[in-house]
Design a protein around this ligand. Sequence first.
Ligand SMILES: [Zn+2]
Ligand SMILES: [Zn+2]
Ligand SMILES: [Zn+2]
Length: 154
Amino acid sequence: MEKSKPQYASQIKSAGIRSTIIRTAVMAALEDHPHSDTETVMQGVREHLGSASPQAIYNALASLASKGLIRRIEPAGKNALYELRVGDNHHHIVCRSCGLVRDIPCIVGRAPCLSPSETAGYILDEAEITFWGTCQDCADKAKNSVDDFSAASS
Ligand SMILES: [Zn+2]
Ligand SMILES: [Zn+2]
Ligand SMILES: [Zn+2]
């Protein structure tokens, strides 16, 4: 699913905001690096544009997120992360060791996908779900260091 900058420009315009080179570069940077924090987005934008002020990038992230063109996720204790994949209510799994974030499809597919036993009169629109665990690489590393240890001690 290759997306080009002109497509971003028209997506931005149809959301009712002006398409600027910073905004399209932010979306292009997120295409290269999904689940990027602000710092990574800045590096990506600079790859595309050469230079850009941090403030301009903050502003672009905020306006794109408020128009639903990008999604902002905030795993507990981590920097806010941004991604292009919007509208499918997918969830995230975060590695406790290295922080790697992966998309996990939502079985229900729309928010909220969990219903509490009572709502205290609130009208619910979302259940924020983040799964936490250990990624394959970190699990393998942990296993190997245990193997090394038992090999050394036998
Ligand atoms: Zn990991
Ligand atoms: Zn995601
Ligand atoms: Zn779900």
